[in-house]
Design a protein around this ligand. Structure first.
Ligand SMILES: NC(=O)c1ccc[n+]([C@@H]2O[C@H](COP(=O)([O-])OP(=O)(O)OC[C@H]3O[C@@H](n4cnc5c(N)ncnc54)[C@H](O)[C@@H]3O)[C@@H](O)[C@H]2O)c1
Length: 429
């Protein structure tokens, strides 16, 4: 039984509120006692949801840190570019932090945050939710038990569905690095780069190279007859797989927290109101071939580790079926699996006469819906944070800031390599 901890939400958006919902399921473990958000509607919504007064609603972190410490911890779900500036003063005030990924949008801020967490000896846990998915947890357990020997190569892929690609990286909040701060690799696949460095835990990545581009979502590929907005001036909308009507009206719950954020002040927006929004300037009503996006739609990364192990990650957007896969090859065996299937195979050389290799399937069954998205990792991670902040021993998946630094450095340097068309060396920290 862990003790109850209290937490304040900083950035009451889609992610932070989802993590905070753990308090509703387990009030004995977590109590939400305040909120910081410049958006008045969101402050009021959080106060109503978790039952605290206006005295615990703050417009910014500065207002909160002026006061003595009001809770044990912070759930920081601000956007990528605000993570470090909001977290530094909170650490200094003595809060433990659950911080959304990516930790920062550049290396300088990454190291600044590391230094601050060490200086004040606060726990800063990063929301690398995939480490908490039973699929990856089990793989890590086999690896730790020495089943594969020494790792020789790690291969991961992330296939981003056409509708996820469109809502996040073409029409949405992560479609331009200059405006929205993160590259697609850092906002989408920093989880996979983290998994790679977690699997090679304790061994430094030394160099990285990367290639990628935006091949699909640009004016060159706009179909004849297409317009700027799907529901306003497009003659081929009915045939287009990226039609805003198909993505957001026919599937009203899919990505609704992104597509309908501008209508959140209306308790239940009607279809008419939604169509009107898509026609009159909503970024989600735009033709995917005529947006202002400049992030890649696919990128490949190759990493070399200090012990000679190599790794590749392939991120491809615009696919029919979203999947994440992993293939680990070690000196004594290999593991191969797909997250969405929630099972993997362990293979070993079998040199008995008449045999080539032997294999065992580890099937983790269906993921319990209670633990939410990312293969069941989301709320398992919150559970671990609550336990750690309450003084318990961290689980195998615990993601301290130290642990996450190399995964982030792989990402930042991969983007540099892609941009400069050169191998990038990863600095020692
Ligand atoms: N772990 C994951 O798998 C995962 C998945 C999706 C998104 N994310 C990350 O979660 C983060 C939040 O994404 P979201 O979609 O929930 O965002 P959001 O826009 O819904 O929420 C951000 C909130 O922060 C508030 N805010 C802005 N500036 C602030 C400040 N200075 N102080 C306090 N609050 C401030 C905004 O008003 C908003 O309410 C992003 O960094 C994103 O990359 C992580």
């Amino acid at each position: 039984m862990t003790k109850q901890i209290t937490a304040i939400i900083v950035g009451a958006g889609h992610r932070a509120l989802y993590y905070a919902s753990y308090a509703k399921m387990h009030p004995e473990s977590l109590k939400i006692v305040g909120v910081v958000d410049p958006n008045e509607f969101r402050r009021r919504m959080a106060a109503k949801e978790f039952g605290f007064s206006g005295a615990y609603c703050f417009k910014n972190v500065k207002e909160l840190v002026k006061l003595p410490k009001l809770a044990d911890a912070i759930i920081n779900g601000t956007m990528d570019g605000d993570h470090v500036s909001t977290t530094l003063p909170l650490i200094a005030r003595g809060y433990d932090i659950l911080l959304e990924k990516p930790i920062s949008v550049n290396e300088k801020d990454l190291l600044k945050l590391l230094k601050q967490s060490r200086k004040y000896r606060r726990k800063v846990m990063i929301c690398h939710v995939l480490r908490y998915a039973p699929f990856y947890q089990k793989i890590k357990e086999y690896l730790k038990a020495g089943e594969l020997g020494q790792l020789v190569n790690i291969q991961t892929t992330e296939h981003v569905s056409y509708h996820h690609m469109a809502v996040g990286f073409v029409r949405g909040k992560w479609n331009r690095k200059d405006k929205n701060n993160s590259s697609m690799l850092m906002s989408k696949s920093c989880h996979d780069l983290d998994l790679i460095s977690w699997m090679e835990s304790g061994i430094r990545p030394v160099a990285v190279s990367s290639f990628g581009s935006n091949m699909q979502f640009n004016k060159k590929n706009a179909p004849k007859g297409s317009g700027k907005y799907c529901l306003l001036d497009c003659k081929v909308e009915a045939k287009c797989p990226y039609s805003a009507r198909k993505h957001y009206i026919w599937h009203p719950d899919r990505w609704s927290f992104y597509a309908w954020a501008s209508l959140e002040h209306i308790a239940k927006p009607t279809i008419k109101q939604k169509i009107e929004a898509l026609k009159s300037g909503s970024p989600f009503g735009r033709c995917v071939y005529r947006c202002d996006n400049n992030v890649v739609d696919h990128q490949s990364v190759v990493v070399e580790f200090e012990d000679g192990c190599t790794a590749t990650h392939n991120m491809i957007g615009g696919v029919a079926k979203p999947t994440r896969s992993i293939h680990l090859i070690g000196t004594k065996g290999e593991i191969q699996g797909v997250l969405e299937e929630n099972k993997f195979v362990i293979r070993k050389i079998d040199n008995r006469p008449g045999h080539e290799y032997s294999g065992k399937t580890v099937d983790l069954g269906s993921v319990s819906a209670t633990f939410g998205g990312h293969g069941g990792g989301d709320l398992r991670m919150v559970k671990d944070f609550v336990a750690v902040a309450g003084g318990a021993t961290p689980s195998i998946s615990y993601t301290s800031i130290e642990d996450s630094i190399y995964g982030h450095l792989i990402g930042f340097r991969a983007d540099l390599s892609m941009e400069k068309r050169k191998i990038a060396v990863i600095p020692r920290i």
